[in-house]
Design a protein around this ligand. Structure first.
Ligand SMILES: C[S@@+](CC[C@H](N)C(=O)[O-])C[C@H]1O[C@@H](n2cnc3c(N)ncnc32)[C@H](O)[C@@H]1O
Length: 346
C-alpha cells in the first residue's frame, strides 16, 4: 500500500498526525528492529526477540504479511522456535490495562495507536459487512434502504469512534460500555444536539441517540436480556481472559433480541504467531488471539459463526484484522444451518 501507510513512510519521519509521544517512541523503536506485527491501536506488540517469529530471519520488519509468513514457514525446518507461554491470557491484569488506557489520549489517535488514518477504512469495512449481513436476512428489496436497528451496544467503546461514525447511523439507540471514564466523558461531550441520553424514540436527521453509558469492563457487564439487535465488540476483548470471554459471550447471547436478525460482532486483530499461539502484550495487558482460538471460544459460548471476513486496506505492518458475526447456536432456523452467508467468506 502507498501513501501515508507505506512502509517507507513508517520508517522515515513522515508526520504521524497527533501521535502521542509514547507512541512515536514505540514506533521508532520498532523500526528497523524486528518485531511482530503492530496493532492499529496503542497495544503495540512488545514481543521479545525470542518470541518474535520474524526475528531469526535476520530480515527487518515491514515485509508484506504473506512474505513474512512464507519466510517464517521456511524456518520451521530450522532450529525450533521457543514456544510462547501456553496460556498467555493468564497474564492479563485488568488493573494494569486500565492504568495503561488512562494514560492514553482521549481521541482517535489514542484509540488507534497513532494510526488515526485507519479509522475511515475500518468503519467503511464494518459498515459494508453489516449491510451484507442484514441484506442476506432481510426481505426488503435491495433498492430500498434498510430500516434502522432498534438498539445496539458499542462495547469497549473508547471515545466513541464507532458509536459516532457508524452505530448512530444504523441504530436508533446505542448503549456504550467502556471502563475508562475519561473516554466516555469525551464521547458524551462530543455528541451533537439530540444525540444524547435518548431512548431512540425520537431520532433526528436519520441518526440515533446514545442511551446508557456504562463504565464497566466487559467481564463485569451483563447486557439486558433480549434487548439488542447488535452487540459490537472491537479491539477490546483481548482484555478478557479466555474464560471471561466465553462467559461474556454467553451473556451477550442472552442479550440479543430473539430471532435471526440480531448479532454479536467481534472485530479483532489476529495473532500472526506461526505456532498459532495467542500473543500476550504487556504494554496494555491484553492478548491477541488466533483465528482458531476465536472460533473455539465462540463454540464454547454456544455461538454459531454466521459470517466472517478479513478487513482489507490496512497498512501491511499491522496485524491482520478479522470480523465475525455470531448468533446463538440453537436458533434452529434453516437459514442458519448454512455455515456462512453468501458473499462473506472466511
Ligand atoms: C483500542 S481501544 C478501542 C476502542 C474502540 N473499540 C475503537 O475501536 O475505537 C481499546 C478499548 O478497550 C477498553 N478496555 C480496556 N479494558 C477493557 C475491558 N476489560 N473491557 C472492555 N473494554 C476494555 C479501553 O479502555 C479502550 O477504550
Amino acid at each position: 500500500m502507498h501513501g501515508p501507510y507505506s512502509c517507507r513512510d513508517a520508517s522515515s519521519s513522515v508526520s504521524w498526525g497527533a501521535a502521542t509521544p509514547p507512541f512515536r517512541r514505540r514506533l521508532r523503536s520498532s523500526f528497523p528492529s524486528p518485531t511482530a506485527k503492530k496493532k492499529p491501536m496503542p497495544r503495540q506488540s512488545t514481543l521479545t526477540q525470542q518470541q518474535s517469529p520474524q526475528h531469526s530471519t535476520g530480515r527487518v520488519d515491514l515485509l508484506p504479511h504473506k512474505r513474512i509468513y512464507r519466510i517464517t514457514m521456511d524456518m520451521a525446518a530450522g532450529p525450533p522456535l521457543p514456544a510462547s507461554p501456553s496460556q498467555p491470557d493468564a497474564l492479563i491484569d485488568h488493573a494494569a490495562s486500565i492504568t495503561y488506557w488512562n494514560s492514553v489520549s482521549a481521541d482517535t489517535t489514542g484509540m488507534l495507536g497513532g494510526y488515526p488514518q485507519t479509522s475511515r477504512i475500518d468503519l467503511q469495512g464494518s459498515s459494508n459487512f453489516l449491510i451484507k449481513l442484514r441484506r442476506t436476512k432481510s426481505s426488503i428489496p435491495a433498492r430500498d434502504a434498510l430500516p434502522p436497528l432498534n438498539r445496539a451496544a458499542d462495547c469497549g467503546a473508547g471515545v466513541g469512534r464507532i458509536t459516532k461514525e457508524f452505530l448512530l447511523k444504523v441504530a436508533k439507540r446505542v448503549d456504550v460500555v467502556e471502563p475508562v471514564k475519561k473516554f466516555t466523558d469525551e464521547l458524551v461531550q462530543g455528541l451533537k444536539s439530540g444525540e444524547w441520553a435518548g431512548d431512540g424514540a425520537d431520532p433526528r436527521g436519520g441518526r440515533g441517540q446514545v442511551g446508557e453509558v456504562v463504565n464497566l469492563g466487559l467481564q463485569d457487564w451483563t447486557p439486558e436480556v433480549g434487548a439488542y439487535d447488535l452487540i459490537w465488540n472491537q479491539w477490546c476483548v483481548g482484555h478478557l481472559t479466555d474464560v471471561q470471554l466465553v462467559d461474556y459471550l454467553e451473556r451477550c447471547k442472552n442479550g440479543l433480541v430473539e430471532g435471526n436478525e440480531s448479532w454479536i460482532v467481534v472485530k479483532e486483530n489476529m495473532s500472526t504467531d506461526i505456532h498459532q499461539q495467542d500473543i500476550y502484550d504487556d504494554e496494555d495487558s491484553s492478548v491477541t488471539r488466533s483465528d482458531d482460538k476465536f472460533r473455539k471460544l465462540f463454540k464454547e459460548a454456544g455461538l454459531k459463526l454466521v459470517a466472517t471476513d478479513l478487513q482489507r486496506g490496512f497498512p501491511k505492518e499491522l496485524f491482520p484484522v478479522r470480523i465475525y458475526a455470531l448468533q446463538p447456536q440453537q436458533i434452529g432456523r434453516k437459514a442458519l444451518d448454512r455455515p456462512l452467508y453468501p458473499g462473506i467468506h472466511s
